[in-house]
Design a protein around this ligand. Sequence first.
Ligand SMILES: [Zn+2]
Ligand SMILES: [Zn+2]
Length: 843
Amino acid sequence: MAGTYFQVSVNLPQVSGVFDYHLSQELEGQIQPGCLVAVPFGQQTLQGIVLQQIEQPAVPETKPILVLLDPQPVITPLQIELANEISHASLAPLSVCLDLMLPPGLSQLGDTLYKLEGGVLAVGSGFSTLQLRLLQLLSQRGPLRGRQLEVAFPRQDWKKSAQALIKRGQLRAVPVLPPPSVRPKVVRTVQLSCSPERVQANLETLGKDAVLARRQAILKFLFGEPMPVEVAWAYAAAPGGKLADLEYLADKGLVVLGETEVWRDPLDKLEWVVDEAPELTPAQQAAWQSIAAGFEHVLAGQACSPYLLYGVTSSGKTEIYLRAVAEALRHGRQAIVLVPEIALTPQTVRRFVARFPGQVGLVHSELSPGERYDTWRRARAGLLPIIVGPRSALFMPLSKLGLIVIDECHDDSYYQSEAAPFYHSVQVALRYAHQTGSLLLMGSATPGLNLFYRAQREKWNVLHLPDRILAHRQAVQNQMERLGLPEAQVVAVGGQEETASLPLPPVTLIDMRQELKDGNRSIFSRKLQAGLAKVLENGQQAILFLNRRGSSSYVFCRNCGQGLLCPRCNFPLTYHSAGEALTCHICGYRRQLPHTCPQCGSAAIRQVGIGTEKVESELQALFPQARILRWDADTTRKKGSHDLILSHFSNHHADFLVGTQMLAKGLDLPLVTLVGVVLAEAGLNLPDYRAGERVFQLLTQVAGRAGRSPLGGQVILQTFQPEHYVLQTAAKYDFDGFYALELDKRRQIGYPPFCRLARLEYRHLKNEQAEQAAFKLAGLLLSWIKEGGHSASEIIGPAPCFYSRLNGVYRWQVILRSSDPAAILRGRALQDWRVEIDPVSLL
Ligand SMILES: [Zn+2]
Ligand SMILES: [Zn+2]
């Protein structure tokens, strides 16, 4: 039988399935690849994405595509290709990879609606507590969907109870497909529908008194409006005007009412000053010329190696991105600019909006679903040539992409770790740039080790920006006058041009062991205390940084500075106060906390236990007159609180800012002349091969917050391990030195970039169950390795994860080390496992 057939990827996370459907007559000619449709699947109706038309279906009996849910395709052909590649590389089902490209709310999973049989609560005995609670809830709230019950009974096996109740005839389950929860926003419009003469002739016949005056005012306003206007405008022109007036005038044939779609634009409320491109410094000029040459290749349809812009903090990387975007636009192409997180990089985002007013679409998590949906639709309609946002911005539907920029490309937020598909934006961008013939431009002051290694091996274009650019002289002058700063505080700066350069702020390592020996028991060294006093005296500002990760579980000797290492695998041991046990989260080794240091015999072995609150209170005790702001997860729960804290601090409403990781992003705070790191080695103790790299990046970025103006600045790193190579190289801003040492270490211990890893994690409410599952999988993995002949592959663990219990759920993991771990795992039954290929963290 002849017909039209399509392959459809069905949106059901547990089924990695692509199925064939036929087209009913009424949909003939409307369906193409990328369309969002509803299809029957078993007893259910599900959403699906049309992949391609096919000649012959794989099965003799096909079902029909039921409904076209959006008249235009929701995914471009290249995005389908990209989703296929992400699915292949990450082992995630195709449907969840396609789902990345849809705005939240548009894609809906099929669900099950549970209702009481006969609509009434039956009385009976022999029900379990959970069964009774389920019945009660349904009788109170009426029928509920599975996902609503999931919220009502978190981490409880309500499904089992529901099944039992269905068997007993108490409950009924019906498959449902919820409609998309986002839709276009429509406003009513009004417009004159006849000649002004006819309106004039009728002007006195439209009622009396106030009503007449109102209707006349509306008509007079509409005289001046040749196009349909929102009804709200007409009301504004005629105080007291309402829909009844417009309907009256429409009945008289004087006006016509209509509807129009409006875009919800999150940038409506943002204020900015239009910005023009400044002159480039010689280093920027050289970098720019190389990129401009790359564009010529791209525009000629030739392959172009990725660009890695390696420039110290405030070396002017953003200006290069802005030029590249302008160049892409000049040639009729579009650009995606990825930033780590919008709320933490407001200054970068503002520069894009100011340089390209009206052309930028912002994508981020604080947008309402409606705003997000509209930005997505405007991009699809080709109305937004520039998209700026975190990793999800990469999946916006642009049909003429020519440039992908990844700012701060080392940032771990580019890795999607919440749910499958687990992917790294840099890896995806590499593929997508290749597919779309776009130029890929990445930038960082501290490129990731694996990326930098690859850039060198594959001869990417690595561009250097070695100098820090001070803001333009005039801008600096203005700012100093505004803040009332005396000329005398200004340090000497280099360069005679309009833009001057500044050296990186000097870094001092303070040995906290010596401080203790000299009788200083404060968490602040004497030098840091003196520095802070000076900052207060000069009316400047200081930042105190505490690495939150690793601060609580770190046991070390205050006498010699040594942390405790696993005797089996040399990774740091982690302290868990419950039972005073030390655990190796790499290999599973456990031991009791020793009473004396194995290194020097001292009894001064204990936990760190410093939090931001403690830093804040000790600081306040030392400087009662100081105004202190705290910026951490506790103080930033509310929407917009990042902005608030930042603007408070940058307007000098506080002297000291105490904070965690958030401080490390690209902030420009000219009054900050001192950055103190309370415990610089915190984080080095984490049982993860990337711990050293992360600390190096963090310290470099945090140090970069100091001395960004002619006031100069300094950085103080406090530590019990001043000899550590990570701290030694970070204190000299010596990326090359760090890179060489770290690479050497990775080669010795056999970790990436010299192999690849897969991390398989199991979660369960009971620790023993998770542990058992992990050991069972480890056995299976060994047999898979053997049967596939992957002789150079091995497993590490099983071991409890570092964060061994998250939200009440226990986590165990097994690491697979291989040159191609995905090849060993592909096609295996791993539905119950979180499987990450090339994870960025082993914690
Ligand atoms: Zn010791
Ligand atoms: Zn170990």
